[in-house]
Ligand binder design. Structure first.
Ligand SMILES: NC(=O)c1ccc[n+]([C@@H]2O[C@H](COP(=O)([O-])OP(=O)(O)OC[C@H]3O[C@@H](n4cnc5c(N)ncnc54)[C@H](OP(=O)(O)O)[C@@H]3O)[C@@H](O)[C@H]2O)c1
Length: 288
């Protein structure tokens, strides 16, 4: 039995779909089984057997976290102490999702798993602290990912599509660099880990492949592809702006590009480019 925590989130819904397609037996929970409450967790897990726990629950509102330190830490940090404890009691393997925002962005190249985190904001700090808690259980995979987009919930791609419909001009940041991750591709990676029953635990980076891009580059490609398939039928002016011109509560890394070499070597996979991922995203969106 697999326990999927955060089943209703952007990634959680994608993983739930994958588990159903694969006919893998799972129980999905959302905030009704509060992972910040150890007693609730114990009550839920009592008399159940889990081979895997997949945790997609998190406090993901990066800017809100700046003024909501306590709740961000409860969910991203302290809940991981609880999960490590339950996983150990159940002898369950864990797949936990973390973030590129554990890095400070000062590196010019892609970040490897060997690079030392130095988060700039409360979200990143709480996620990094959570990683450390989970690492106390030695059957844990921590998958750091970046710039998630998918079908099930609001995200950058969906926001852009809505804005293209309602605006004539957009100003998008062009000095924060990273790589997008399609939720379907991350779900596929998790599928491989589950099927092969890997036991080479630790921290791994995963995002779609390509050279680092800015949010402006990403928005421009979304526009181009949406325009090419007739989803957008008007001209939009997209103007690149520096971070300093866009007020956000949380500081963000200048570069949070992740190197995926470690996971590619371990699983012998090649990861699709972010442009290809976006094409597949549109294929599904337009067929719905
Ligand atoms: N989104 C990104 O761009 C991005 C980038 C890098 C890394 N990540 C990481 O990827 C993972 C998935 O992100 P996401 O965007 O899919 O998240 P999301 O859509 O914000 O979903 C988070 C889920 O957490 C659940 N949750 C909230 N409080 C809970 C609690 N106390 N107990 C149990 N569950 C609770 C929520 O359940 P309910 O729906 O029931 O309230 C929600 O479905 C996270 O670890 C995030 O840090 C995300």
């Amino acid at each position: 039995m697999i326990w999927l925590i955060g089943k209703s989130g952007l990634l959680g819904q994608e993983i739930a779909q994958m588990l159903e397609q694969e006919k893998l037996l799972y129980i999905g929970t959302g905030h009704e089984v509060d992972i910040t409450d150890i007693n609730e967790l114990k009550k839920f897990a009592d008399e159940k057997t889990f081979s895997w726990i997949i945790n997609c629950a998190a406090y993901t509102a990066v800017d809100n976290a700046e003024n909501d330190f306590e709740n961000a830490c409860k969910l991203n940090h302290h809940a991981l102490t609880n999960l490590a404890l339950i996983a150990k009691e159940k002898n369950a393997k864990v797949i936990h999702i973390s973030t590129d925002y554990v890095f400070d962005g000062k590196k010019n190249n892609k970040y490897t798993e060997e690079d030392i985190p130095n988060p700039l904001n409360i979200y990143g700090k709480s996620k990094y602290a959570g990683e450390s808690e989970l690492m106390k259980w030695n059957k844990s995979f921590i998958l750091r990912t970046s710039w998630l987009f998918g079908h099930n919930k609001n995200n950058f791609v969906k926001t852009m599509l809505n804005l293209f419909n309602s605006k004539e001009e957009l100003k998008i940041i062009n000095d924060q660099f990273g790589l997008p991750t399609y939720t379907k591709d991350l779900a596929q990676l998790i599928k491989i880990i589950l099927h092969k029953n890997y036991s080479q635990y630790g921290i791994f980076h995963f995002c779609n492949s390509g050279e680092k891009i800015s949010w402006f580059d990403f928005a421009s490609e979304i526009y181009l592809q949406a325009r090419n398939i007739g989803l957008i039928n008007k001209n939009i002016k997209i103007t690149p702006i520096p971070t300093i011109d866009y007020k956000q509560a949380a500081l963000r890394p200048h570069n949070s590009c992740l190197s995926t070499k470690k996971i590619e070597l371990l699983l012998q996979i090649s990861i699709p480019s972010w442009q290809n991922a976006l094409e597949r995203f549109f294929e599904i969106e337009t067929s719905l």
